[in-house]
Design a protein around this ligand. Structure first.
Ligand code: MCU
Length: 408
């Protein structure tokens, strides 16, 4: 797999902190596509085990099933979401295991210990909870990958999730390292982002088992910045108990669409693409390596990943760093918004790209927007979340050849 991008990933004219350049090494391109665990409800048609992929330069239709059936109802859209989840697992992110045979938890001194066991193996990991000085128990909470990079909102607990401990992200050589792989084996198909999402689900399992932790598990958000923003979006997509997903500056593998990023790259942009990103870290399944140089054959893009979150809350926070592809992110999330529009809740997704600040330094001029989403989804208030803004443009006719239905 060629890794052709220059080693400096961020334009020097942009003020950034703590962005790691990708290593020169390339990922291996060994594994073939993995059969994902079916998440489809009994009433949904199953995907064939073997699929012949057809190239489609446009962003895939969110409202046509793989077998050609049109999605006209909300129930059928849930089937489409399950199908898209399976396709994304199969070709990009690897298989997400369900709840393991045993999950137990204990809580002491603001530390929640989560114990998981399956097939004779067991692991333990911890998260720490910081409680708000206002509000009342049980508190809503935001799970922050690496602690997150957003200011703690009033009345909301912050849960520090050490995702690197679940699946390492040092370089491609860290594939298979971390507690997830201690439990499921080093060769499990799940890439790091899927492993992290599995970990988030176990944190929520543990919170449900532990009332003394005083967290309201019906009001859980997730966040992370940059590489951890990619992960936060994947967690929101895979875990329906998350009611608010807050990916920050996630770029490629997060709020950007592979197709749009490839196009912008072909036009000379210094933007991270699929073929570049797999040489950096084991965020994806090895199966993805086979598709990064033929992105149009993927039967989904990241508008599909985001659409798994609908109708739940999603507020995408972006910067203007070229490498992160803000134009791709805006276009991708505009296409994703169709899912929320079809479900009659267009303002449950927000998009805000505001630049001229350091990477992952949340700017004060995005604060009121974040507060509106937090208050609506975590504090059950009636706020205005009609937020969709960017310095960039998106041309739907270039990328979208399908229409958005009103689902009954
Ligand atoms: C935006 O996330 C990544 C990006 O994908 C990488 O290419 C770059 O090296 O690091 C970013 C990051 O995670 O910065 C903290």
């Amino acid at each position: 797999i060629p890794s052709t991008q220059a080693s400096s990933t961020i334009p020097t004219t942009t003020l950034v902190t703590s962005v790691t350049p990708p290593p020169a090494s390339s990922a291996s391109s060994s594994a073939s596509a993995t059969r994902a665990t079916s998440t489809s409800a009994a009433t949904c048609s199953a995907l064939p085990g073997s699929i012949s992929l057809k190239a489609n330069a446009k962003l895939n239709d969110l409202f046509t099933m793989f077998n050609g059936d049109k999605v006209t109802t909300k129930d059928k859209f849930a089937c489409r979401q399950a199908e898209m989840s399976e396709l994304i697992q199969r070709y990009e992110l690897g298989t997400l295991p369900g709840r393991p045979a045993t999950v137990t938890a204990s809580f002491s001194g603001n530390t929640l210990t989560i114990n998981c066991g399956d097939s004779g193996k067991s692991i333990s990991f911890t998260v720490t909870i910081t409680y708000p000085s206002s509000g009342s128990a049980p508190y809503p909470a935001i799970i922050g990958y690496g602690g997150g990079s957003l200011p703690a909102p009033a009345g909301v607990a912050m849960i520090n999730f050490n995702n690197d401990n679940i699946a390492a992200q040092v370089n491609t050589g860290s594939r298979g390292q971390g507690k997830f792989y201690d439990l499921y084996g080093k060769t499990h198909s799940a890439g790091a982002m899927t492993a992290w999402a599995w970990g988030v689900s176990r944190v929520i399992d543990a919170l449900e088992l532990t009332p003394s932790a005083r967290i309201d598990t019906t009001r859980i958000g997730v966040t992370g910045c940059s590489r951890n923003g990619k992960g936060a979006m994947v967690a929101g997509a895979f875990e329906k108990r998350i009611v608010l997903t807050l990916p920050q500056e996630s770029g490629a593998g997060g709020s950007a669409c592979w197709r749009i990023s490839d196009y912008l790259h072909s036009q000379g942009a210094n933007i991270q693409t699929a073929s570049e990103i797999i040489g950096e870290d084991p965020w994806f399944a090895t199966a993805f390596n086979s598709y990064v140089n033929q992105v149009p054959t993927l039967p989904f893009d990241h508008h599909s990943l985001a659409a798994l979150i609908a109708p739940r809350g999603l507020f995408v926070i972006d910067n203007n760093i070229d490498w992160l592809g803000p134009q791709s992110c805006f276009g991708c999330m505009t296409a994703a918004r169709s899912a929320w529009q079809a479900l009659g809740v267009p303002n449950n997704i927000g998009y805000s790209q505001i630049g001229s600040h350091a990477h992952c330094a949340f700017p004060s001029n995005q604060q009121s927007q974040l507060t509106a989403f937090v208050q609506k989804f975590l504090l059950n208030q009636n706020t205005n979340t009609a937020i969709f803004q960017s310095d960039f443009t998106f041309s739907p006719s270039q990328w979208v050849d399908w229409t958005t239905p009103t689902l009954s």
